[in-house]
Design a protein around this ligand. Structure first.
Ligand code: BG6
Length: 485
């Protein structure tokens, strides 16, 4: 495949995301030969930086993951800085002139990516200015990459989408959900649809429940201003968690095109059982961390958080009311300052009708398929086998596959893959508006209820696996969370 060419314009280039994810990813794409010499990156921001200051920052962002200094100067010579006030039309004219010049020099064919790595309040105004200044009418293709949060609830997401769609077509809009760039999240489809032994059992006759955990050991760090307005439902559930549910539950697509895969995902999201506001308590529980083994409580992290009722943990039971999944709960849980950083999916299979080897009724070792997404990447299958020696005692054993171990290399980071996908025009692992809208409509009742009442916070200790309520949620259905270690 020909290497893609483009100028990437990053709005918010002095920010955290650019530093932590975008620059290092672009560096690796160049190192790995995925992109050649035909590219330039233009950073914009309110600060009055020069190209040199910008390039120094890019260098710093790479930390120690660099091959040699000579490489580095050549690499950063592709980076340019353009100070820009997003609401000032004249700033965009200067940007157009710069892009034009770079396109001549780097022969990028007029292909432009506008990457909005900043607060969504500005998305609409930027889109309008890109249109008014002619920036989006270059000779090549134009793509818009948008970071979450995409709105605050369904109505605000609709309004935002309307503003953006007034300027860009759906086919030009790449809504990032970085979980879709994770190697093992992408692997869900392959594990399901390329294996006879799983797909035939992948339904309510053989699966008793599915558990999806994304726990973080970190707290909110220096993002409390954003996080406190958001909370775990908006930050993780509306996007990452529901995307994983969709991939686990979707029907096999008729082929692997973007359209077919997305449309199967949308169907799952449409089948999620909608909750009434007054029914949310049966399905979702929340938490906020207090002092614990690994740190101080959320309310003590910053003065403005002292009475915060923002949830830093959420667990929920999601029902998918369709033929395949009727009756099978999909449990999700995610939170900050939990015991461990782990993203893991456990698919629990139903027990056989009569197990001759169990010694008592309480004993239960159901077959589990565990998909390890992070930090380890792989799959583990739990089976029952005979204990060595005399007798017929049974014990659980595991068959494990470790992705890194086999390939011998670190798998590419999510952002690296997604930036590349955007450059080659593959939208499969970006979210379509219909997915975003369905997800908001599912979580909106939760937000409504929780905004309207007073929670009993804090209710879990920093360094634990969340509040007791999260355990009870499964216990009342006769299940329990499988340990994530
Ligand atoms: C982001 C959230 O989308 O995902 C963060 O805004 C969260 O709050 C992060 O920490 C988790 O991502 P990962 O890849 O570390 O699981």
């Amino acid at each position: 495949q020909q290497r893609p060419k483009a100028v990437i314009v990053i709005f918010g280039a002095t920010g955290d995301l650019a530093k932590r994810k975008l620059f290092p990813s672009i560096y690796r794409l160049v190192q790995n030969g995925k992109i050649g010499e035909d590219f330039a990156v233009v950073g914009t921001g309110r600060r009055q930086w020069t190209n040199d200051v910008f390039r120094e920052n890019v260098k710093k962002s790479l930390g120690s993951n660099i091959s040699s200094h000579a490489d580095l100067d050549t690499f950063t010579s592709h980076f340019f800085y353009h100070p820009l006030d997003v609401s000032e039309p004249s700033s965009y004219l200067g940007l157009e002139a710069l892009l034009h010049e770079l396109e001549g020099y780097y022969k990028t064919g007029g292909n432009r990516i506008f990457y909005l790595a900043m607060a969504p309040d500005f998305f609409g105004i930027i889109a309008n200015n890109l249109k008014a200044s002619g920036l989006k009418d270059a000779a090549g293709w134009t793509r818009l990459v948008i970071e979450k949060p995409f709105g605050n609830d369904l109505p605000s997401a609709k309004a935002l989408n309307k503003e953006i769609r007034a300027v860009f077509d759906e086919e030009q809009i790449y809504r990032i959900d970085h979980y879709l760039g994770k190697e093992m999240v992408q692997n869900i489809e392959v594990i399901r649809f390329a294996n006879g032994i799983f797909e035939h059992l992948w339904n309510n006759r053989f699966i008793s429940n599915v558990q999806i955990t994304s726990s973080e050991s970190l707290g909110v760090e220096d993002r409390s201003r954003y996080y406190d307005n958001s909370g775990a439902v908006r930050d993780m559930v509306q996007n990452h968690m529901l995307q994983m549910v969709a991939l686990l539950a979707m029907e096999p697509p008729i082929n692997l095109t973007t359209e077919e895969i997305r449309s199967e995902k949308v169907k799952v999201l449409r089948a999620l059982r909608q909750m009434e506001v007054n029914g949310v308590d049966d399905y979702f529980v929340r938490g906020q961390y207090g002092d614990g083994e690994t740190g101080i409580g959320y309310r003590k992290e910053a003065p403005q958080l002292s009475a915060s009722k923002t949830e830093t943990f959420v667990a929920g039971k999601i029902m998918i009311d369709n033929y395949r999944w009727a009756g099978v709960p999909f449990y999700i849980r995610t939170g900050k300052r939990m015991a461990k950083k782990s993203i893991k999916i456990v698919v629990e299979f139903k027990d056989i009708p009569m197990n001759l080897y169990y010694k008592n009724k309480q004993e239960k070792h159901p077959n589990l398929l565990v998909i390890n997404i992070q930090p380890n990447e792989g799959i583990t299958l739990y089976l029952n086998a005979k204990k060595a020696g005399a007798g017929t005692d049974v014990k659980p054993i595991k068959l494990a596959y470790n992705n890194n171990g086999i390939n011998g290399i670190n798998t590419p980071e999510a952002y690296e893959k997604l930036i590349y996908d955007c450059m080659i025009g593959d939208m499969t692992n970006f979210t379509h508006w219909n997915e975003v809208a369905q997800s908001w409509s599912f979580v909106d009742p939760i937000l409504k209820l929780w905004e309207s009442d007073q929670p009993d916070f804090p209710n879990y200790a920093a360094g634990s696996m969340g509040p007791l309520e999260a355990d009870k949620l499964l216990e009342k259905d006769g299940f329990h969370w499988w340990p994530i270690v």
